[in-house]
Design a protein around this ligand. Structure first.
Ligand SMILES: *Cc1c(COP(=O)(O)O)cnc(C)c1O
Length: 371
């Protein structure tokens, strides 16, 4: 293999295909692809464009700064941002036509008072059980009444009403959907007519049809990973990210040799050790010491010993390996590679965290883009 020392390679074609497939599956009028946190590590701007090519007509981010990054790159699709600084100045967001997800009366007043020449578009977020942000049920009527008044005065437009699910169980999610439904009724009674009603992220979009409303917000599934852990192939999805590096050193060692910090691994017999130049600085979980899977020369091995800051070691037995050979940490299982889910299992976490935490000195390359 030639190519970079270490890289995460993102197949933008996979994102486009996944979104198109999910759009068909879900059948809602609108599809939002969530590109927060640098698109779960996949690259926000590139992933946003790939998602739009697959039929997404909305983008979602947590923070306004993330929305402005898309605008600066020339992405002009509708975008919603829903997590704000306590002292947030909403002016720039309004100037750049970023829809604002709002969770309190104070935020509503701040948006109405922002000195922009454009009319703000807001989407009110309702708390329905997750206990994060969102307007609490006992404040719904006051917030709806004030929003309706501001809308009547032409100071803002209430474009949407939304919430988010716990995924604690189907029963919990159904209760939350029912509460959301009551919120919609009370908003309507207050004179609001929000055209975008949404509550489902990937998990509910796939499993709870009554949660789909006008729009679903797809994050993890768009990147080709399952929101439930396990096989995304059953859902017709293809993982977009491949994490790989090149063997930096090879050594033949005798039995009983200690490997990496603390010697938590010892060779059982004469064997070959290879050095892989990715460590926890790149987001490789140290919790995956002695367990994270890799593919070298078409065969599966595990990390041997501790994951260090810059590197880890793999005992490959008698496999003939040379410096520069490819090591795949995870990718598309159709290629025989381990998956982000395998790493999640090895590290005691979820696939979301495995892809999103990557960074450090890792470069990112793209394939399969529309442009
Ligand atoms: C992150 C997020 C999503 C996307 O969730 P997935 O499970 O990745 O589909 C949707 N909505 C909100 C409010 C989020 O914070």
């Amino acid at each position: 293999m030639s190519g970079p020392f270490r890289e995460r390679r993102v197949d933008l074609g996979a994102i486009t295909e996944n979104v198109a497939r999910l759009r068909d599956l879900v059948g809602t009028e609108h599809v939002m692809v969530v590109v927060k946190a640098d698109a779960y590590g996949h690259g926000a701007v590139e992933s946003a464009r790939a998602a739009i090519a697959g039929g997404a007509d909305w983008l979602g981010v947590a923070e306004i700064a993330e929305a402005l990054q898309l605008r600066a790159a020339g992405v002009d699709a509708p975008v919603l941002a829903w997590l704000h600084d306590p002292d947030e100045d909403f002016t720039q967001a309004i100037d750049h036509a970023v829809d604002l997800g709002l969770s309190s009366l104070a935020q509503l007043e701040a948006v109405a008072a922002a000195p922009s020449s454009r009319t703000p578009f807001v989407q009110l977020k309702l708390e329905t059980g997750l206990s994060r942000n969102g307007v609490a049920e006992q404040e719904w009527d006051a917030v709806f009444a004030r929003a309706a008044q501001l809308e009547a005065e032409g100071r803002l437009v209430v474009r949407g009403l939304f919430s988010h699910l716990s995924n604690a169980s189907a029963e919990h999610d159904r209760e939350a959907v029912a509460l959301f439904q009551r919120g919609l009724e009370r908003a309507e009674a207050a004179g609001l007519r929000p055209g975008l009603r949404h509550i489902a992220a990937s998990a509910a979009a796939l499993t709870l049809p009554e949660a789909r409303f006008d729009l679903v917000r797809l994050g993890i599934a768009a990147y080709g990973l399952s929101p439930f852990g396990g096989s995304a192939r059953d859902l017709g999805l293809r993982p977009a990210m491949t994490l790989r590096g090149r063997v930096a050193a090879v050594r033949r060692v005798p039995a009983g040799k200690g490997v990496s910090y603390d010697y938590t691994y010892r060779t059982e017999r004469e064997t070959t050790l290879v050095l892989v130049p990715l460590g926890y600085a790149e987001g490789i979980p140290r919790h995956a010491s002695n367990s994270g899977p890799v593919m070298i020369g078409g065969r599966r091995f595990r990390v041997s010993g501790r994951v260090a800051m810059d590197q880890f070691v793999v005992d490959v037995g008698d496999l003939p390996v040379a410096v520069g050979d490819e090591v795949v940490l995870f990718g598309d299982p159709a290629t025989g590679a381990p998956t982000a889910d395998d790493w999640a299992e090895a590290a005691g976490t979820i696939n979301y965290e495995i892809v999103t935490r990557l960074g450090g000195r890792l470069r990112r390359t793209f394939t399969g883009g529309a442009e």
